[in-house]
Design a protein around this ligand. Structure first.
Ligand SMILES: Nc1c(NC[C@H](O)[C@H](O)[C@H](O)CO)[nH]c(=O)[nH]c1=O
Ligand SMILES: CC(=O)[C@@H](O)COP(=O)(O)O
Length: 139
């Protein structure tokens, strides 16, 4: 069983609540345990996961957040750099699921965050646990 750290970038609280419900539901359905920490935005996710990983207390990580396009190039920076950071951690051997939505508007985010619709939080949690299980298989 895995002890999973959920790291949520709480930029849009009402959308995050849906992502969190999906992630926690998937982890618990698999019989795993979890904790949650919160950071301000998606750009903080990779750093927070890297810091938490140093503790050695967690088997897997789930990054949750929502990035909605605004008027400027900032969207690309936040969306791409957070994904790049999470991927770098994955390639370093951490079991990380990426549940950061990068969308044009709130309506798109709701469909994807809602556990009863696309359930991207649950999907990210399942991905993190899949990597954890794969690492166990190869070690
Ligand atoms: N615009 C969004 C952000 N921006 C904030 C950054 O992630 C970061 O917290 C700030 O630049 C301080 O380092 N974050 C999101 O999660 N979603 C957005 O839409
Ligand atoms: C991530 C974003 O694009 C958004 O929050 C920033 O909006 P803007 O580009 O209008 O400053």
């Amino acid at each position: 069983m895995a002890h999973v750290l959920i790291v949520e970038a709480r930029f849009y609280g009402h959308l995050n609540d849906m992502l969190l419900a999906g992630a926690r539901g998937a982890i618990e359905a698999g019989g795993h345990s979890h904790e949650t920490v919160t950071v301000p935005g998606a750009l903080e996710l990779p750093g927070a996961i890297a810091l938490a990983a140093e503790s050695g207390r967690f088997d897997a990580f789930v990054a949750l957040g929502v990035v909605i396009r605004g008027e400027t190039y900032h969207f690309e920076i936040v969306a791409e750099e957070s994904a790049r950071g999470v991927m770098a951690l994955t390639l370093d051997g951490l079991a990380v699921g990426n549940g950061v939505l990068t969308v044009e508007n709130e309506a798109q985010a709701i469909v994807r965050a809602d556990p009863a619709q696309s359930d991207k939080g649950g999907g990210a949690a399942k991905a993190a646990i899949a990597l954890f299980e794969l690492r166990n298989r190869f070690s």
